[in-house]
Design a protein around this ligand. Sequence first.
Ligand SMILES: C[S@@+](CC[C@H](N)C(=O)[O-])C[C@H]1O[C@@H](n2cnc3c(N)ncnc32)[C@H](O)[C@@H]1O
Length: 225
Amino acid sequence: MENAKEYITTKEGPKEEVNNQMHRLIEAEWEKHEDPKLLEVGFGSGEMLDRYPRGSSWGIDWNKEMVEHAQNAKRNVFREDICNPTFVFMQKYEHFFDFIVANYVFSEMKTEDLEKAFKNCHTLLKDTGKLYFSLTNPRMRHRTDLPGYKIIFSQTYEYEKKDLSFKVLLWDGKKYADVGILDYHNPVETYIDIIEKKFTLEHLYEISGSVGFAHALVFQVEKLE
Ligand SMILES: C[S@@+](CC[C@H](N)C(=O)[O-])C[C@H]1O[C@@H](n2cnc3c(N)ncnc32)[C@H](O)[C@@H]1O
C-alpha cells in the first residue's frame, strides 16, 4: 500500500469483527501488566490505535500520509518499515513492548519480508511479549464474495502457491476501484512455519460472523526466548 493513491474506507462489518476480537484478546491480557506498552505495526487510519491510551501505545507505518495524518491527531507514531526499521528506532525500542498488533499488514509481504518482519517484532517485544496479527483467510481466497472487495490474481490461483500476488479492488460506491493495493497469497502453513522459528503459536482464531464464512484469521503468538 506504500504506493496506494487513495485510502477508501469501505463498509467495515468484517473488519470491525477482526478489530473487536483482537481487542478482546488484548484487553484480557492488558490488566496483567503494570505499565503495558503496545505497538501497532501498519496502523493505517489508526482506528485500532485509538482503542489504547496514548501514553501506552505507539504506531509505525511506512506510508507517509498515514503517519502525517496520525501525527496530526497527536498519536505516538513513526514512519518505519517493519522489515527494515531504522537503527535508532530499534535501539530505542528493543525489548520494549508487551504487545504488538498488526491488522492486515503481513498479507502485503512476500515470505522473504515476512521473515524480516517477524524477526524485528521478536526484537521489539519483551521476553513475555505477545504478537497478534490478522490476515484475510488464505484458505478462503477462492471466495471472492467479501462485500466491497474484488481480487485479481497475477497468475492462476492455487492454495499451495507461495508469494502469489493479487490486486485488491475496492468498491467506491459506483465501481471496483484499483487504489494500488498489491497483496500476496501464502498458505496458512507458510505463516505458521515462519512464526515458529521465533514464536509459539498459542491460538489461531477463525473470524466469520457477518459474511457467513471464515473470512479472516487472527493469530495469537508468544515470544520464544
Ligand atoms: C491494509 S492496510 C491496514 C491498515 C490498518 N492496520 C487497518 O487494519 O485498517 C496495511 C497497512 O500496513 C502498512 N504497511 C505495509 N507494509 C509495511 C511495512 N513493511 N512497514 C510498516 N508498515 C507497513 C501500510 O502502509 C498500510 O497502512
